[in-house]
Ligand binder design. Structure first.
Ligand code: FES
Ligand SMILES: [Fe+2]
Length: 458
């Protein structure tokens, strides 16, 4: 059975874009396209900026850099979130240069202008020398829209943007059971890549490459029969069965090594499944529910599919979330300030925080011997380059490392006189959908619309 592609509307909002985008090389390489994306996408769309867990106390802040822009998100004295451009209103100096921290007030290091935590201008040295006055409404920090959902903090530079809930539609409701706000950040990584941000997004939106660059996947997921859902605004979702093997290769007699490593920490014996590997998925669903009770994690809010399978939500423009009940990966390619051939690729790894987990050698989140971060500790962000991954000094897990290996060659090939445009197959429908909607955004911010137009999923 091939992959299935489904358009899924939000209430009152069609998922179907008006036309099919042409994926020409210029789209990935041109400074002009980069500029158009800045004006129509990055400054108009909701963007996942950071984690609420970094903003627990008044004065806690983080900085979100995107393209040439820098936005500060702050916890105010009133306990709210405030976001503003990271630019002093005196002469424009960047206020914060560290990525995260805590302050009593916002003080510009250049001439000492001071702002309240909500951005209101508070104090100016030698105020009497400003003979034209210091109008507070004109000189407070310039605000940016901010919203928090499930512990994830989003910003929007468009003051007229519709609320985040309109943009995410059914996504919030579907993902609420996972309670990301209760998960703990255990790894925070950024790698600089010689690839356009869309080259990265595309990579995570098809499984056509999996057999070739991720051969280990054949032994623990079924990418052949995945279901791709194509949503409004350019969002996508894919559902992939876990704890199975790829039927393209037949069912092995023994539980393959990657699956063994996944089920042993759960306390399941791979040898019990010799000759009946296909029964493993069901067994894991039942076993995790029992083990969860023992270790203090409640699986009752999840469907059987959610317990065993892998969901990936691709949220427009640049978020890829790989989701299991026990672990969330957020991957976020951010455009480089000036170079369309580069991007910053972030990966956050969040895990459930279960007190009893890892007891008696059992763990719901993989190898119990790996303690990535001590309890209550926030991991420092690791920043590195592709060479660090390729030469084995850093890893974002084997699968992502394999992707990172190839992305610069994808980008390089698109510069060739011998390449003009991509030629996609039906299993690459999420790639096409992303670009179809990117074109809608480039032509003007999408608004809610009731009329379905366009062609069937291709
Ligand atoms: S630029 Fe900030 S106080 Fe002068
Ligand atoms: Fe991949």
């Amino acid at each position: 059975m091939p992959q299935t592609n489904l358009y899924v509307d939000f209430p009152g909002q069609s998922a179907r874009p008006p036309r099919r985008a042409k994926l020409d090389a210029e789209r990935y390489t041109s400074p002009d396209v980069m500029k158009r994306e800045w004006d129509a996408v990055w400054t108009r769309s909701w963007l996942l900026a950071g984690l609420a867990s970094d903003l627990t106390e008044a004065g806690d802040y983080f900085v979100f850099d995107i393209g040439r822009e820098s936005v500060v998100v702050m916890r105010t004295d009133a306990g709210d979130l405030a976001a503003f451009y990271n630019a002093c209103q005196h002469r424009g100096n960047r206020l914060f240069t560290s990525e995260r921290g805590s302050v009593a007030a916002v003080t510009c290091p250049y001439h000492g202008w001071t702002y309240e935590l909500d951005g209101t201008l508070k104090q100016v040295p030698d105020a009497e020398r400003f003979l034209q006055g210091l109008p507070c409404d004109r000189l407070s920090l310039k605000p940016v829209q901010v919203e928090c959902w499930a512990g994830l903090v989003w910003i929007n530079m468009d003051p007229d943007a519709a609320p985040l809930a309109d943009f995410l539609g059914v996504v919030q409701e579907q993902l609420d059971p996972y309670r990301f706000q209760d998960m703990v950040l255990v790894k925070d990584q950024t790698v600089l890549l010689d690839a356009n941000w869309k080259t990265c997004v595309d990579n995570f939106n098809e499984q056509y490459h999996v057999d070739f660059i991720h051969p280990q996947h054949a032994s623990f997921v079924d990418c052949r029969d995945a279901i791709n859902e194509l949503w409004p605004f350019g969002h996508r979702r894919v559902l992939v069965e876990g704890y199975v093997t790829n039927p393209r290769y037949g069912v092995p007699e023994e539980v393959p090594p990657v699956l063994r490593a996944a089920i042993e920490p759960l306390g399941l014996d791979p040898d019990d499944f010799r000759g009946r590997v296909l029964e493993l998925r069901k067994a894991v669903q039942q076993h995790k529910r029992r083990l969860g009770e023992q270790l203090g994690f409640d699986y009752s809010r999840f469907t059987d599919e959610q317990v065993s399978d892998i969901l990936q939500y691709d949220l427009f423009p640049n978020i890829v979330m790989t989701i299991k009940p026990e672990e969330l990966w957020v991957m976020r390619p951010r455009p480089h300030p000036t170079d369309p051939d580069k991007c910053f690729f972030d990966k956050w790894t969040l895990r459930i925080n279960v007190a009893g987990d890892r007891a008696e050698g059992l763990s719901l989140v993989g190898d119990p011997s790996v303690r990535v971060v001590a309890a209550g500790e926030r991991p420092e962000r690791e920043v590195f380059e592709r060479a660090d991954v390729v030469e084995g000094r850093r890893s974002m897990t084997i699968t992502i490392d394999q992707d990172i290996h190839y992305l610069q060659d994808m980008q390089a090939g698109m510069h060739s006189r011998g390449f003009s445009r991509a030629w996609l197959n039906d299993d690459e429908a999420r790639v096409q959908h992303f670009h179809d909607w990117l074109d809608v955004w480039l032509e003007g911010t999408p608004v809610r619309q009731d009329t379905a137009v366009g062609q069937a999923a291709e």
